[in-house]
Design a protein around this ligand. Structure first.
Ligand code: HEC
Ligand code: HEC
Length: 381
C-alpha cells in the first residue's frame, strides 16, 4: 500500500463525543483521513489488531485519553428519542420518477460510487457492472468497518424489506432502517436533506427497480451516536425549489451533489471555516492516492480561468488540460448529467464569493497559512 501524506491539521474532534472525526469523503474506496492516519502510523496488520482492540477510528493524535465511546455498534444503543417515527408513506412508480431517479442516482447523487464495488482498473472508478447498489465493504482495502450497505431490493441482504419511508429517512435524515444514526462523514445525508420530496421519491422508486443483488456485508463498525446533532428529523414537506434560472438550478444541484462536503473545510463542529466556503483545501487520501479538493470560487487562486466549455470538459473527461484529476472527485458520475445541468452548476459557481486560497495538486503537500492545514500547494499561500 502506498504511504500517502495526511492532513493532521485537518482532524476534528467531535464535540459530541470528544472523538476525533474528520469530514472525510468516502467515495468508493476513499477512506476517512482518521483511518489514514492510523494506517500511516502502523503496518496494516497492527492496524487491524489495534482496531479490534480499541474500536475503529478511536486512535487519535491526542491519544487514547480523548476516547469516550468505543465504536462497537453492539454496545451502543441504536434507537433514540430523536429519531422520527416511521410513517407508512409509499412512492408510486411512474415512468417519470423512474427516469428522474436514474438520472439523479447515476449523476449528481453518485449513490453507486459508494453503494457498490468500484472498478479499480477504470479511470474515475465507475461501479462494476451488475454490482450497482449492492454495497461495499472497505475492509478488504484496509479500511476496517466502513460499510456502504446493500441498497438493492434483495430481501435478505439488501433493502428489499425496508419500507419506502425507511429509505427516505436514511437518505435525507441520516437514520438507518434499524433506527441508528448514520455517520455524516461517510454518507452525505446532510446535503441530501435539501432534496425535494419529489426527487427523493424518484430516487427511491429507481433504487427499488434495480436488479436485486445478493451481497451480505458485515455490520458497519461505525460509532452510532457520534452524529446525533447532524441527523435532524424532517417533518415538513420539502417542495421543489425555484429552478427557473440556471443559477438557481445550479445552486440546487450543488447542494444535493454535496460539493461542499469536500470543497469546504470544516471546524470541529462540522461548521464551514468562515471565509473559506468552496475554497477547497481538504486533503483526502485513499489507498490509491490522495488529492486536495480544489478552490471552486471565481478568485484568481480558484477557477477564475475556467469558462463554461472548460468546466463541462473537465467534468466529462476527468481532466484539466493534460492533467488527470483524481477519482476522489466523483467526475465519472457527474459526467452523466446533461450539458444544461453542468452549465447551470457552472453558472452557480460563478456567483460564489471569491476566496483567496491556492490549492495545487501538482505541488507538494505543505502547510497553508490561510486554512492552517496541510495540502497540495499550501506553501503558495
Ligand atoms: C460517499 C459515499 C456515499 C454516497 C455518495 C451515498 N451513500 Fe448511502 N451510505 C453510505 C454509507 C457508508 C452508509 C452507511 C453509513 C453508516 O453506517 O453510518 C450509507 C447508508 C445509506 C442508507 C441506509 C441503509 C440502511 O442500512 O438502512 C441508504 C438507504 C443509503 N445510504 C442510500 C443512498 C442513496 C440513495 C444515495 C444517493 C442519493 C447514497 N446513499 C449516496 C455511503 C454513501
Ligand atoms: C468526494 C469529494 C468531492 C466531491 C463530493 C466533489 N469534489 Fe470536486 N474535487 C475533489 C477533489 C479531491 C478534487 C481535486 C482533484 C485533483 O486535482 O486531482 C476536485 C476537483 C474538482 C474540480 C477541478 C478543479 C481544477 O481545475 O483543478 C472541479 C471543477 C470540481 N472538483 C467541481 C466539483 C463540483 C461542482 C462538485 C459538486 C457537484 C464537486 N466537485 C464535488 C473532491 C470532490
Amino acid at each position: 500500500m502506498p504511504s500517502p501524506i495526511f492532513n493532521d491539521e485537518g482532524h476534528h474532534t467531535d464535540t459530541f463525543t470528544g472523538r476525533e472525526r474528520t469530514r472525510s469523503a468516502f467515495i468508493s474506496h476513499r477512506l476517512s483521513v482518521e483511518w489514514a492516519t492510523v494506517i500511516r502510523k502502523a503496518s496494516l496488520v497492527s492496524v487491524l489488531a489495534a482496531t479490534l482492540a480499541a474500536g475503529i477510528g478511536c486512535e487519535s493524535r491526542q491519544g487514547a485519553a480523548t476516547i469516550q465511546q468505543p465504536d462497537s455498534p453492539a454496545k451502543v444503543p441504536c434507537q433514540s428519542s430523536k429519531v422520527r417515527p416511521l410513517t407508512n408513506r409509499t412512492f408510486e412508480q411512474t415512468p417519470e420518477r423512474l427516469a428522474q431517479g436514474r438520472y439523479l442516482v447515476e449523476g449528481i447523487g453518485y449513490c453507486f460510487a459508494c453503494h457498490g464495488a468500484p472498478n479499480l482498473k477504470s479511470r474515475g472508478l465507475p461501479p462494476i457492472a451488475g454490482k450497482e447498489g449492492s454495497g461495499f465493504d472497505f475492509t478488504a482495502l484496509g479500511y476496517p468497518g466502513q460499510i456502504a450497505p446493500n441498497i438493492t431490493p434483495d430481501p435478505e441482504t439488501g433493502a428489499g424489506n425496508s419500507t419506502d419511508d425507511m429509505i427516505a429517512r436514511a437518505i435525507r435524515e441520516g437514520v438507518s432502517h434499524e433506527g441508528c444514526f448514520l455517520d455524516p462523514a461517510i454518507m452525505p445525508y446532510e446535503f441530501y436533506r435539501s432534496m425535494s420530496d419529489e426527487d427523493l421519491a424518484a430516487i427511491i422508486v429507481f433504487i427499488r427497480s434495480i436488479p436485486p443483488v445478493k451481497n451480505a456485508l458485515p455490520a458497519s463498525a461505525k460509532p452510532t451516536q457520534v452524529v446525533a446533532p447532524y441527523a435532524i428529523p424532517l417533518y415538513a414537506p420539502v417542495p421543489v425549489p425555484d429552478l427557473s434560472t440556471p443559477v438557481k438550478r445550479g445552486a440546487y444541484l450543488v447542494q444535493i451533489g454535496a460539493c461542499q462536503w469536500c470543497h469546504t473545510l470544516r471546524d470541529a463542529n462540522r461548521q464551514p471555516l468562515p471565509g473559506l466556503e468552496f475554497g477547497g483545501g481538504d486533503l483526502i487520501a485513499y489507498a490509491g492516492g490522495q488529492a486536495t479538493s480544489a478552490n471552486l470560487t471565481p478568485d484568481p487562486s480558484g477557477i477564475s480561468y475556467y469558462d463554461e466549455k472548460q468546466f463541462v470538459r473537465t467534468i466529462r473527461k476527468g481532466r484539466v488540460g493534460a492533467r488527470e484529476i483524481s477519482p476522489i472527485m466523483p467526475w465519472w458520475f457527474f459526467a452523466h448529467m446533461t450539458d444544461d445541468d453542468l452549465k447551470a452548476i457552472f453558472a452557480y459557481l460563478r456567483t460564489l464569493k471569491p476566496v483567496h486560497h491556492r490549492v495545487d495538486n501538482t505541488e507538494p503537500v505543505s502547510y497553508c497559512r490561510v486554512c492552517r492545514r496541510k495540502h497540495g500547494g499550501g506553501a503558495l499561500n
